[in-house]
Design a protein around this ligand. Structure first.
Ligand SMILES: NC(=O)c1ccc[n+]([C@@H]2O[C@H](COP(=O)([O-])OP(=O)(O)OC[C@H]3O[C@@H](n4cnc5c(N)ncnc54)[C@H](OP(=O)(O)O)[C@@H]3O)[C@@H](O)[C@H]2O)c1
Length: 396
């Protein structure tokens, strides 16, 4: 792989999150990194490169790669020319599959930002075996979905005594705006829930090969006295990613359970949040109302720098490890965009530069990048905090 023309290609550099990711890499990647911007319009790519080079003159030498996400040949050439592809081209269920196929077949590592359960399921069912045999690491969900949750739970597990049952509950709070691309991906995911459920059924039940138990913990809306907040079950892709990591990594112990909640201050807000989400879900089911929803936010747009500067996130984890209570927290700035660009870029750099577990296939961030990525993100300013410091080794 080292003989390939590039170390890293960023596909989707002309989009909102792609642009922020390009800027993060320009500011933070090592000078020796051989990287390129990719997308369907060379004109737009040249404009992104021009802007980057104004702030970072070494970006004059950036490569530009033209590829459309429906052009299998161009994607194959792109995958063959690099060690790692970052993709910010979404909604992934519409634009993502051919690139994953190209990377899985050519042994090229791949990271993306999807939070779409149907797309991840498709990758698992169609490309896991292909990637295992080529040695490719296909790592979905390397943004706010699901790195703080997936790595936050790994970080919590690493504070637990070994070989005891572990129960962890995660409580998420965010303040953020969202981009057109995120809005479109969410509306399409809502409208395709039935497709996802049908696809998921085809894979059937999954359990760790070594007889360990991994399960979803269930509890409805409730008041959490320790946090002095209401906890609302939060059915994002994050708890699924956490459970996949728990099945892959034996440090999660013989019997592991995880529950995922949104933390809400006041009961009326719980009701307003539920009513808002149900309305969007219902409107997404029918073509005319779905088109109306999609027209509310233009693709390519996103929160401005002032809004992003005011944005933040915090995920608190409460664990019970064989009777020992453990509390940890992961927090940072603008979750959807500035921190997402950081998480995605650091995941790609971690693949290139760090000692990561020798695994291949369609894998989660915690299973693929583990502690190495936690350390990178800590160095990059994201906070992983705990009152306990007992450490264990990650075994894959
Ligand atoms: N999970 C998370 O935490 C998180 C956070 C942020 C974003 N995301 C996801 O990331 C994705 C991008 O979001 P965004 O707001 O950055 O979207 P965006 O601004 O609309 O960008 C989309 C990108 O896709 C490109 N594209 C569209 N069709 C293409 C095609 N046929 N071939 C090649 N490229 C094509 C666009 O290129 P053009 O410029 O040529 O149109 C653009 O570069 C969304 O799926 C969103 O949900 C996830």
């Amino acid at each position: 792989m080292a003989k390939r023309q590039f170390d890293l290609i960023l596909f989707g550099a002309t989009g909102f999150t792609g642009g922020l990711t390009a800027a993060y890499l320009a500011a933070h990647a090592p000078a020796s990194l051989r990287w390129a911007l990719a997308g369907r319009s060379v004109r737009k790519l040249a404009e992104v490169k021009r802007r980057l080079a104004q702030a970072y003159p070494r970006c004059e030498s950036l490569g530009l790669v033209q590829a459309d996400s429906f052009d299998a040949r161009a994607l194959a050439r792109m995958a063959e020319s690099t060690q790692v592809v970052i993709s910010t081209v979404g909604p992934y269920i519409h634009y993502g599959e051919a690139l994953v196929a190209a990377c899985a077949e050519r042994g090229t590592h791949y990271v993306d930002l999807t939070g779409e359960p149907e797309f991840v399921e498709l990758c698992l069912q169609k490309y896991d075996a292909v990637a295992r045999s080529s040695g490719a690491k296909i790592i979905n969900c390397c943004g706010f979905d699901s790195i703080p949750h997936d790595l936050g739970v790994l970080f919590t597990v690493l504070q637990c005594p070994p070989d005891v049952p572990i129960r962890i509950r995660g409580f998420v709070r965010v303040s953020m705006g969202i981009s057109g691309g995120t809005w479109h991906s969410a509306v399409h995911a809502f409208s395709r829930l039935r497709h996802y459920v049908r696809l998921r059924r085809q894979r059937g039940a999954v359990a760790p090969a070594d007889g360990r138990r991994v399960k979803a913990l269930m509890q409805g809306v409730h008041y959490e006295p320790q946090l002095r907040k209401w906890a609302v079950p939060f059915p994002t892709i994050d708890p699924q990613v956490v459970r996949r990591s728990a099945r892959a990594l034996d440090c999660y112990g013989p019997d592991f359970g995880y529950a995922h909640y949104l933390e809400v201050k006041r009961l009326p807000l719980v009701l307003a949040t539920a009513a808002g989400a149900s309305t969007v879900f219902a409107l997404a089911q029918f073509k005319p109302t779905r088109q109306w929803l999609l027209s509310r936010k233009a693709v390519g747009d996103g929160p401005d720098p002032q809004r992003r500067a005011r944005s933040w996130f915090r995920v608190r984890f409460m664990a019970n490890a064989g009777g020992h209570p453990i509390r940890t927290q992961v927090s940072g700035g603008d979750p959807g965009y500035d921190e997402t660009a950081k998480m995605l870029s650091e995941a790609a750099l971690c693949l290139l530069q760090d000692n990561t577990p020798p695994v291949a296939g369609v894998i989660t961030p915690a299973a693929a990048l583990g502690e190495a990525l936690i350390h990178r993100l800590q160095r990059a300013g994201m906070r992983f905090e705990t009152q306990w410091t007992r450490r264990k080794q990650v075994k894959t």
